[in-house]
Write a protein that binds this ligand. Structure first.
Ligand SMILES: Cc1cc2nc3c(=O)[nH]c(=O)nc-3n(C[C@H](O)[C@H](O)[C@H](O)COP(=O)(O)OP(=O)(O)OC[C@H]3O[C@@H](n4cnc5c(N)ncnc54)[C@H](O)[C@@H]3O)c2cc1C
Ligand code: SF4
Ligand code: SF4
Length: 487
């Protein structure tokens, strides 16, 4: 079965987003017994309309109790499918707003004759209670059987906010106060589509950034889920003014030579059951000026256009070809598509990119730390360093895996160690009783080492990077001598 495009990921980063959902149940269900609870909806409507004037649909993504319910309670149970475009259309929004306006006005007018009597507030509150209950039932059903935020595509409160926002923009107020999803530098985008895959509203920021590096889509609920999940860490929620500053100050060193490359896939080598090396020969341009330690984007599909980032695992002085080594992920969307690549295929690459793992060759001692598939850049890095005219006095590579059968490039590194006295290859295995070498984590090895004068380069999964940084910190390695890339 093909992997799902939309990813279920945590969307409740703030206390309000996590804990606002009981208000929905309180009003919609508690209100059946105590209708005055429905009156709580009046300040909610006023607040969301007022806030939208300055900041668009920020309420929906940060304060809405129904939104909190969909994102927190419904997401784990949801089928999380693609929302049909009909639900996203202007027509649907207009229709629901018109029906809602008509029905609410009618019901509110019916309460007027009781004005001044004891029952007025109960009757008024009950109008909002039943509306909240209807949204809970319909929105809840859609959130489970389609996607959590299906209702939000045509929610009349969302449409009301969009209208208030339009007014705010027309009067020039929102231009100053509004915060939009902002990309620090388009050059650094991996085109991985993760911002779109995690977006509760199923939008595609990476395909729509304006010339001012902002995402202008009025449907954006400013929930920051894309910000938190972007692997390149280049997204933020910012004003237009701040976006302009970011364009000026963002360092694009290592990304400025990025070009689109048309290449032929010339070789596929299976290294392990789940690890495969792909070799590409460049066609246009025929040569690419890349450095060991950089990565390249491999296009995996056209619609929507999406790529995956892979460290360059081979070393080719002429710059006419390169290899990447890919670990197939369970349920991986991109690796599932790459598994279908065949020798002879024309593949679009984009790069080179990155500077974190481009080793400073003027230093005397280098410590390389790899976890799992994070070993890939180090094969090209060690090969380049050992062949460089600037001889580095000591190069140590610590390579940690969970089980010994996960080691790749073992023979390559052993051969380099045998041929070069300056290179030491240290393997460590975390959870394998059959392994007779060093047991534990890369951090155990780092703890025992003399780290004076070393520059440290780390690549691996996030659960390895955090502890490795902590140990280096405890060992007083200056942060400016540590370079990290998460694989
Ligand atoms: C600079 C860089 C270099 C890299 N180099 C390499 C390399 O050399 N070799 C290599 O194999 N990989 C490398 N990667 C990782 C690679 O880019 C892909 O991320 C990886 O191949 C998985 O892609 P996928 O589309 O198959 O997985 P995805 O479909 O993105 O999913 C991977 C897994 O994570 C889960 N998941 C994904 N995102 C979330 C989320 N936000 N919340 C919850 N669950 C989530 C999915 O359910 C799945 O199980 C590199 C990444 C970067 C950024
Ligand atoms: S684009 Fe980002 S901030 Fe906007 S709705 Fe999607 S995930 Fe949230
Ligand atoms: S998530 Fe991926 S596609 Fe989206 S901005 Fe970040 S790097 Fe680019």
């Amino acid at each position: 079965m093909a992997a799902a495009f939309n990813i279920k990921t945590n969307r409740t980063f703030t206390l309000i987003r996590k804990r606002a959902w009981p208000i929905t149940l309180l009003v919609a269900i508690g209100g059946l017994w105590y209708p005055k609870l429905g009156l709580l909806v009046i300040p909610i409507i006023l607040s969301l309309t007022g806030l939208a004037f300055f900041r668009g649909r920020q309420w929906c993504g940060n304060f809405c109790p129904h939104g909190s319910l969909y994102d927190y309670l419904a997401l784990p149970l949801s089928l999380n499918k693609k929302i049909p475009s009909f639900f996203k259309s202007k027509g649907m929004r207009g229709l629901v707003l018109a029906w809602f306006g008509y029905s609410m006005t009618n019901r509110l007018l019916k309460t007027l004759p009781t004005l001044g009597t004891e029952s007025f507030l109960d009757k008024l509150g009950f109008v909002f209670v039943t509306t909240y209950l209807m949204v809970l039932i319909v929105g809840g059903f859609l959130s489970i059987f389609i996607a959590p935020r299906t209702w939000c595509q045509f929610c009349p409160m969302g449409t009301l906010q969009m209208l208030s926002y339009k007014l705010g923009k027309l009067l020039g107020v929102a231009k100053v106060t509004d915060q939009k999803i902002t990309i620090a530098a388009k050059e650094k985008c991996h085109n991985c589509g993760k911002c779109s895959r995690v977006c509760p509203m199923q939008l595609a920021p990476y395909q729509e950034f304006s010339g001012k590096n902002q995402f202008d889509n009025e449907k954006c609920i400013k929930c920051s889920t894309c910000v938190v999940n972007c692997p390149a860490k280049i997204l933020s929620l910012n004003t237009e003014e701040k976006a302009a500053q970011l364009i000026q100050i963002t360092d694009i060193d290592g990304y400025e030579k990025r070009v689109k490359i048309s290449a032929d896939l010339t070789k596929i080598t299976k290294l392990k059951e789940d690890v495969t090396e792909y070799t590409f020969d460049f066609k246009t341009p025929p040569r690419v000026d890349y450095k060991a330690g950089q990565f390249i984007l491999v296009k995996v599909q056209d619609n929507p256009r999406m790529s995956r980032a892979y460290s360059i695992s081979s070393y080719n002085k002429d710059g006419r070809c390169l290899s990447v080594t890919v670990k197939t992920m369970t349920d991986g969307y991109g690796t599932g598509l790459i598994a279908g690549f065949k020798v002879g295929d024309k593949v679009e690459l984009d790069g080179p990119m990155g500077k974190e793992l481009v080793v400073d060759k003027s230093v005397k001692k280098v410590l390389l730390v790899a976890g799992g598939i994070g070993i890939t850049p180090f094969r090209s890095i060690v090969t380049e360093l050992l062949n460089s005219p600037n001889k580095i006095e000591e190069i140590k590579l610590i390579y940690g895996v969970n089980k010994q059968q996960e080691f790749i490039f073992d023979e390559d590194f052993k051969k380099m160690e045998y041929e070069h006295k300056t290179f030491e290859f240290i393997k460590v295995v975390a959870a394998d009783d059959t392994w007779e070498g060093k047991k534990g984590f890369v951090t155990n090895v780092i703890q025992e080492m003399d780290l004076d004068d070393y520059k440290v380069y780390i690549c691996g999964p996030k659960p390895m990077i955090g502890p490795a940084m902590k140990v280096l910190n405890q060992r007083n390695v200056n942060e400016e001598n540590i370079f990290v890339e998460s694989a």
